[in-house]
Design a binder for this molecule. Structure first.
Ligand SMILES: Cc1cc2nc3c(=O)[nH]c(=O)nc-3n(C[C@H](O)[C@H](O)[C@H](O)COP(=O)(O)OP(=O)(O)OC[C@H]3O[C@@H](n4cnc5c(N)ncnc54)[C@H](O)[C@@H]3O)c2cc1C
Length: 246
């Protein structure tokens, strides 16, 4: 187990960012802990002296106002899937892709902000957010900045993801995946979202993180699939997702 010298549970975003800015200790944001705690325990992440627990910041709310849906950074994947608006957006694509992030005990702790910050290549939930045209809201403790997820770069420790927002529109979606077994995380997957003047295809497993189709693809070449296989499968899953949508 990693030896943590400090644990903080601030009550405001400003206080949390101030802690993360400290130069005398290296503190990391702790959300659901499903990734971070394992990385600390195995010492895969050695340069951490302590954590800033985000649970007291009140960032767990999911709010639908007008045509905008705001998912608080510490809302869990189960919260999103079970929410009457968030769970049903574009035919339920967030609920559906959340189910592929991991088993229910993981979905009960893993958060929206954690998924976005981790930006794992095989995160179908992240791909669904991309296809839905989501933006990431970060805070430097004083002001908030909104960045399209497609352009988002993981924040420095001076910024905290506070929410993810997305437009609520009449959208339809298609989703297809290739995995070793149906319950495994995907090797490659596609999410297609179509609506009034909107057509977006997001892909998993063909870059460092999920990406919108149309740009250069840089697939990993690993034990789950060669780069060549992943590129071939990316075309297959796009076709299947479009076929489902049709
Ligand atoms: C058994 C198991 C299998 C897993 N398999 C996969 C997998 O195959 N692919 C995959 O994508 N993930 C996988 N995960 C990882 C994990 O489920 C996701 O990355 C998860 O969504 C992380 O969310 P969290 O809230 O638990 O984040 P945490 O573990 O608390 O944090 C993850 C990272 O995000 C940062 N962070 C969290 N919230 C914020 C914020 N609001 N602002 C800024 N930084 C923040 C943390 O500092 C940390 O670096 C797995 C986890 C487990 C336990």
């Amino acid at each position: 187990m990693a030896i943590l010298a400090e644990y903080h549970k601030p009550r405001s975003v400003t206080e949390a960012v101030q802690l993360l800015r400290r130069t005398d200790v290296r503190l990391r944001p702790l959300a659901g802990g499903s990734q971070l705690v394992g990385a600390l325990e195995t010492r895969a992440l050695p340069d951490v002296d302590g954590v800033v627990d985000l649970a007291g910041l009140g960032l767990h709310r999911i709010e639908a106002t007008g045509d905008l849906l705001r998912l608080g950074a510490t809302a869990t994947l189960s919260d999103v899937g079970g929410h009457p608006v968030a769970g049903e957006v574009a035919g339920g694509i967030l609920r559906r892709t959340a189910a592929y992030e991991g088993p229910v005990n993981l979905r009960n702790v893993a958060t929206v902000g954690g998924v976005v910050a981790s930006a794992e290549t095989d995160s179908e939930f992240y791909a669904a957010l991309l296809a839905l045209g989501a933006s990431v809201v970060t805070s430097d403790g004083v002001r908030e900045t909104v960045t399209p997820l497609a352009d988002f770069i993981i924040p420095s420790s001076h910024h905290l993801i506070t929410s993810v927002s997305l437009p609520i529109r009449a959208l339809r979606c298609g989703h297809a995946r290739v995995a070793r077994t149906p319950s495994d995380r995907c090797i490659v997957a596609a999410v297609v979202v179509v609506g009034d003047a909107v057509e977006r295809v997001a892909l998993c497993g063909v870059g460092e993180r999920p990406v919108l189709a149309g740009g250069a693809l840089t697939p990993p070449d690993d034990w789950k699939g060669s780069a060549e296989y992943r590129l071939a499968m990316a075309e297959v899953v796009q076709e299947r997702a479009l076929a489902e949508l049709r």
